[in-house]
Design a protein. Structure first.
Length: 287
């Protein structure tokens, strides 16, 4: 089990407001101009190789989602040991000085999970998401390749940040307080039906914002404008002066919310165990 701490880091958000992080996104135009740069490493991250083998961005290396997560009894999609992640990234050609561009195919979630993983390993500042992913690249008629890329092994040095991963006891302490006095916002990134529907349930004290509403449309995986996103979260009381802890069912959907909020400049953490751990351990829920 990875050490998960939170503690006094709740105090790091400032009243000065969030400063957005445009470096966390690259456009298809940017990638077309830089895809052959020596230090650019493009990673196609997905649950399986189907879309990659059918046609991927030239030069992209495939990383399977199962290489980035482990499953325990009743708890899904947890971070593997750091040493295992180091091997996966080095095998994909990632080095300490790489500029890592991540994209997915049918869903953006494997790519945002990969971003969170790199952020946890201390390399988030060198990683970015391709805005719109493979679907946008393909829709623009850009070149695709079916050639599998064999990369020279990289040299990757992890600098883990366990404070980015919140443990269940900290979430219980947050949840036990009235929302108005919580030291951080608990954000449920699942669909509204899972949060408050007839069969829905959630962590007490949480607010809900479905991660897909951060995107332009279901089909168009580009992020909405910063102004639209800031307004969307402000309606929930998610403001730059307060840290945010995202969660979902298994730690996948919450990574898109994590990415979006970090892009907006918020102080954000992930409850990686999410509802799968919360319910497996009998923690209280609201219906």
């Amino acid at each position: 089990m990875i050490c998960k701490t939170f503690g006094t880091l709740l105090a790091v958000a400032t009243l000065a407001g969030a400063a957005t992080r445009p470096d966390m996104l690259v456009t298809t135009d940017w990638l077309a101009q830089h895809q052959n740069d020596a230090k650019v490493v493009i990673l196609h991250v997905a649950a399986n190789r189907t879309a990659y083998d059918a046609g991927h961005i030239p030069g992209a290396r495939f990383v399977g989602l199962p290489q980035l997560v482990v499953n325990g009894p009743g708890i899904l999609n947890e971070l593997p040991p750091v040493a295992d992640l180091k091997k996966v990234l080095e095998a994909a050609g990632v080095s300490d000085d790489s500029r890592i561009i991540l994209y997915g195919d049918a869903s953006v979630l494997p790519a945002t999970r990969a971003y969170f993983t790199l952020d946890y390993l201390g390399h988030g500042d060198q990683a970015a998401l391709l805005d719109g992913g493979l679907e946008k690249w393909r829709a623009e008629g850009r070149t695709l390749s079916k050639d599998a890329v064999t990369a020279a092994a990289g040299h990757f040095t992890p600098h883990p940040k366990p404070e980015l991963v919140v443990q269940i006891d900290e979430v219980k302490r947050l949840s036990a307080k009235p929302a108005s006095s919580q030291s951080a916002v608990l954000l449920d990134a699942r669909p509204a039906a899972d949060f408050k529907g007839e069969k829905g349930e959630h962590i007490p004290g949480a607010v809900n914002q479905f991660w897909m509403e951060n995107q332009t449309t279901h089909e168009n995986q580009t992020l909405k404008t910063d102004a639209d996103l800031l307004a969307l979260y402000a309606k929930l009381g998610v403001t730059p002066d307060k840290p945010v802890v995202t969660y979902c069912h298994s730690g996948m959907q919450a990574t898109q919310a994590y990415f979006t909020l970090k892009h907006l400049g918020y102080d954000v953490r992930l409850y990686d165990g999410s509802m799968s751990e919360w319910t497996a351990k009998g923690a209280p829920v609201e219906k």
